[in-house]
Design a protein around this ligand. Structure first.
Ligand code: PLP
Length: 445
């Protein structure tokens, strides 16, 4: 066979083959070591090769790996739902399990619409999202996503969900200063609801910290409390997409906890299993489920693999690991340490426009001109160039879109496993410094 038949992101591209991983490191078959400063795709939150997760995997496989959710429940699925309820202080007592973040947001959309149907308000079926956002690749999730590069081939068949401004303070859509802006971006949600009519709006969906579509854009402190106030005023459900941020990525169980805001529905994915198995969830409050419980008693959604005991047991083991090892607190401390070192490093390079984020979800936006915040002519090429140089230096980074149009900006996300220690953070910085210095040399040459 001349070529591999596996479809890869670049079909004929060459990709190193990973043989194993341990902690924050991955190793390829040529024995090259990579410090995984991206946690893969902001996913491998407890690091690679954790023995006790492997043990939990085997134990469950010996018991039973699959039962069909329409016929049976399982101890693992029940225990996982109870664990999530306990970890959210019994605020999110209902969990619906799926297999990917895209399915989770798509499920959240359907639950929101069904909630209003069962309350006798079937016209409340529009979802509002923000024009810098990523909620997934399936058509419903992509419809809600303001990610031009991922949408462009499919716009003809996507719902054109109304989108509102993101809280992108580095490039404020209104050209205002953060201290005196009056949260114009949050007010945009109120305008959108009034324009569309509250009777037609089911929900507003947002990532607490914008990930792939904006490189770790954290909002000003007053933003989400104001969003929640607006949602309550107009009876619009608030869906927080915590697929990237949930389970400690920002130093707290939920990113929304930073602002004391309680969404009606939350979506989880990625860190929910730390990459040890595909699993995701839409979780909700009693208020959301009530009309469905009193009505049809069934959520119209689900997949063959939904709530399969194998994935549930693995996810449960990961969540127990997070708690047992105090990983949220460790992530908060590591986030401060890494951010300080990154800020210092950034001050040495003229092409770094902004360092931002929360906890261990940190974004760096690159610019041609720091003062004018002028982007490089080909944003995506610059991002790929830096990521390529970093990989040569044994450092893995995550690409992100940036710029008000979501295309022209160049940016990366730094999101190492939450278990990363001080020495490993210093090694990450050393490899990043080499990368940035090499990039500066190529810029000048
Ligand atoms: N939501 C957010 C915030 C994400 O970051 C992602 C993936 O990057 C998704 C949803 C989609 O998740 P998945 O790739 O597992 O379908």
């Amino acid at each position: 066979m001349k070529h591999s038949s596996l479809i890869k992101p670049v079909l004929d591209g060459e990709y190193p083959m990973i043989s194993h991983g341990k902690g924050v490191y991955l190793y390829d078959t040529d024995e090259k070591e990579y410090l995984d400063a991206a946690s893969g795709a902001v996913t491998a939150n407890i690091g690679h090769g954790v023995e006790e997760i492997a043990t939990a995997m085997v134990e469950q496989a010996k018991q039973v790996s699959f039962v069909y959710r329409s016929q049976f429940t399982s101890e693992a699925a029940e225990a996982l739902a109870s664990k999530i309820a306990a970890m959210t202080d019994d605020r999110y007592t209902w969990s619906f399990f799926v297999n990917s973040g895209s399915e989770a947001t798509e499920t959240a959309l359907k639950i929101a619409i069904q909630h209003w149907q069962e309350k006798g308000k079937p016209k409340k079926n529009r979802i509002i999202s923000r024009w810098m956002s990523y909620h997934g690749i399936t058509l419903g999730a992509l419809s809600m996503s303001g990610h031009p590069l991922r949408r462009e081939r499919f716009t003809a068949i996507l719902e054109s969900y109304p989108a509102v401004s993101p809280p992108y303070c580095y490039r404020c859509p209104y050209n205002l200063e953060e201290t005196s802006c009056g949260l114009a971006c949050a007010a945009d949600l109120e305008s959108a609801i009034r324009r569309i009519g509250p009777d037609n709006v089911a929900a507003f969906i947002a990532e607490p910290v914008i990930g792939a579509a904006g490189a770790a854009i954290a909002p000003p402190d007053g933003y989400f409390p104001e969003i929640k106030r607006i949602c309550e005023k107009y009876e619009v459900l608030f869906i927080a997409d915590e697929v990237m941020t949930g389970f400690g990525r920002t130093g707290k169980m939920l990113a929304c906890d930073h602002w004391g805001v309680e969404p009606d529905i939350i979506t989880f994915g990625k860190g929910m299993s730390g990459g040890y198995t595909p699993i995701a969830a839409a979780v909700m409050t009693d208020k959301v489920i009530e009309p469905i419980l009193n009505g049809s008693k069934s959520i119209m959604g689900g997949h063959t693999f939904s709530a399969n005991p194998q994935s549930c047991a693995v996810s449960l083991a990961v969540l127990e690991y997070l708690e047992k090892n105090g990983i949220f607190e460790k992530a908060a401390t590591a986030g401060v340490y890494l951010r300080n070192l990154l800020d210092k490093l950034a001050s040495r390079y003229s092409f770094i426009g902004d360092v931002r984020g929360k906890g261990l979800l940190i974004g760096i936006e690159f610019v041609k001109d720091q003062k004018a915040k002028e982007p490089f002519p080909a944003g995506i090429d610059i991002t790929n160039k830096i990521i390529g140089l970093a990989a040569d230096n044994g450092l893995l980074l995550y690409p992100a879109a940036a710029g008000l149009d979501g295309v022209t900006g160049a940016a990366i996300i730094i999101s190492p496993p939450l278990s990363i220690n001080k020495r490993e953070i210093e090694e990450l910085i050393r490899r990043l410094k080499n990368t940035f210095s090499q990039f500066a040399e190529t810029l000048l040459s």
